[in-house]
Design a protein around this ligand. Structure first.
Ligand SMILES: [Zn+2]
Length: 348
């Protein structure tokens, strides 16, 4: 870029973006100190978020069909298909604990998949050689006694876009553009699909409607965060290896954002933890791996401080668990079991 230096111009577009991002001060971060101030902030910021998320599609009856049922060592798995729009359906799995007795009700967890574990198949335990056992977090929660459900988000798993790209992000970005041209945001549509999955989960006789949680890691953490904000049927929320700062995960070192997980213009008003603050006063577990290769711990620590202060203002500090564990982009089981057992459990 040196050839324009003498003219005092910058034609380096990334330098321009990073400068703007570093200078930006999101205008609606929560400054509340009291419960009353928190309430006022929550109403205002939620209205702004609603505006930024754009339209949600119309809700439809899930019209679920069970396609197949198999028995495994610890659970029964039903493969189902549900309608999420009048002209679009998604496949998913329902995992039922092996010791579930006829007529018995159990708490349930809606599980949201991330990018790297084969969409719904990884968490449900259908990947032949999982990277690590904790990738099977739906199967493991069901082993603890919870009923779990997981679907493929748009563009993942069986709904994968049939286009040639060299990486996942291009696929997400392309799908984002296609829906944007129709007036919808991909992230909003995928959130809507989680509401439809909850409709199905709650329609099951085996599920205790008053004891339902949501859990997701990475991009699944994005979804569990927004389900926690938007769906009152969910009573406990776990966000695993996602909470961080926008400055880092979108702009700086890591460049970890993509078309499936962002809300246009959001950073003018709030950060990742500002949105998570809308979950208060609901019980919330935030897990961050000390050596997470996708969301660095120093960026996570900044987000932890923000969410902690919001929960304090909401007089719900005792409902927030921040778990920094000794691991990478992973899932810390003992704390998650303890969290769900405390707020929607025990499962048995
Ligand atoms: Zn992506």
């Amino acid at each position: 870029m040196g050839m324009y230096r003498g003219w005092n111009r910058n034609i380096h577009v990334m330098k321009h973006i990073l400068k703007r991002a570093a200078e930006m001060k999101p205008s609606m971060r929560c400054k509340a100190r009291t419960l009353e101030e928190f309430g006022r902030w929550k109403t205002k910021f939620k209205a702004k978020l609603d505006e930024l998320m754009g339209p949600f599609p119309a809700r439809v009856p899930p019209n679920a069909r069970t396609i197949a049922r198999i028995q495994r060592e610890d659970d029964f798995v039903e493969k189902f298909i549900i309608d999420v729009e009048h002209d679009y359906s998604v496949p998913g799995y329902l995992l039922l604990p092996k010791d579930l007795k006829k007529g018995q009700k159990r708490p349930a967890i809606l599980v949201c998949h991330g990018h790297c574990t084969g969409a719904k198949d990884g968490p449900a335990g259908f990947v032949q050689e999982p990277h690590r056992e904790t990738d099977e977090y739906a199967r493991l929660m069901t082993k603890q006694g919870y009923i779990t459900a997981i679907i493929d988000s748009r563009g993942f798993g069986e709904t994968r876009l049939p286009i040639e790209t060299h990486d996942n992000e291009s696929r997400c970005n392309y799908l984002y553009l296609l829906y944007a041209m129709l007036g919808y945001q991909l992230h909003t549509l995928n959130l809507h699909d989680q509401f439809q999955t909850l409709d199905y989960l709650l329609s099951r006789d085996e599920v205790d409607d008053e004891r339902v949680g949501v859990l997701g890691r990475s991009y699944g953490g994005t979804k569990s965060q927004y389900v926690g904000v938007y769906d009152e049927r969910v009573k406990a929320v776990a966000i695993v290896c996602y909470l961080c700062t926008t400055l880092e995960y979108t702009f700086e070192d890591i460049n970890n954002n993509c078309g499936v997980q962002f809300v246009p213009g959001l950073y003018q008003y709030g950060d990742v933890a500002t949105v998570a603050g809308l979950i208060a006063p609901k019980p919330l577990l935030v897990q961050s791996g000390f050596a997470d290769e996708c969301f660095s711990i120093d960026s996570a620590a900044e987000a932890h401080a923000e969410i902690r202060s919001i929960y304090k203002a909401a007089e719900a500090g005792d409902r927030l668990t921040i778990d920094v564990f000794n691991g990478k982009h992973d899932f810390n089981l003992p704390t998650a079991y303890g969290f769900f057992d405390k707020w929607i459990g025990p499962a048995r």
